[in-house]
Design a protein around this ligand. Structure first.
Ligand code: SF4
Length: 177
């Protein structure tokens, strides 16, 4: 997996001060995508163990609330394969920090075992460590600059632990704020 950006002290993609990791590769190709370069899986540079450790060290700073993973598409199967062990390490070393991820796939697609485009053996383990998922493709006709944490109003901010427990989407409190 390649990554194409790491931002420390990001406040736009989740609650509080966060470290944000942009991964490369996306097959959605939404019209009006904010960063078409990230569609290419070979864009950016290799996500190495050193980069992973740098990110984890940043999460240990007391003022950092958590990690956000976006892209590109973190939930492409080939990206999940690399992100799952990374997220497991983050949670092990920084259990009190939250994990937010973004996806053009819907929660229902990610959790559908028959959906081989985005569901793999890594999906549920990775989802089970995710606190918040912002899901849905970016829809240009529904773009709204006033929205917090999302680009178009079809996208949902999902409370993942509650959704997994109930077996249906439970929206996050941040949807309204
Ligand atoms: S899912 Fe995100 S990165 Fe991929 S095309 Fe849509 S807006 Fe762009």
């Amino acid at each position: 997996m390649n990554c194409c950006g790491i931002y420390y002290c990001d406040t736009a993609n989740g609650v509080g001060i966060r470290t944000s990791l942009y991964v490369s590769g996306c097959t959605h190709h939404c019209k009006g995508c904010f960063n078409e370069q990230t569609w290419d899986f070979s864009f950016g540079k290799l996500f190495t163990p050193e980069i992973a450790d740098e990110i984890i060290n940043s999460l240990k700073r007391p003022y950092v609330q958590g990690l956000t993973i976006l892209g590109g598409e973190p939930w492409e199967v080939s990206n999940q394969r690399v992100l799952r062990p990374f997220v497991e390490k983050c949670k092990k070393e920084c259990p009190d920090k939250t994990i937010w991820t973004y996806s053009g796939y819907l929660f229902e697609e990610l959790t559908d075992p028959d959906n081989h485009r985005c569901h793999s053996e890594d999906t549920l383990p990775m989802l089970s460590l995710t606190d918040v998922l912002v899901d849905g493709e970016f829809v240009l006709a529904r773009k709204n600059l006033k929205l917090r944490f999302r680009g178009s109003d079809n996208q949902r901010i999902i409370n993942v632990p509650e959704s997994l427990k109930k077996g249906e989407v439970v929206l996050s409190e941040y949807m309204e704020k």
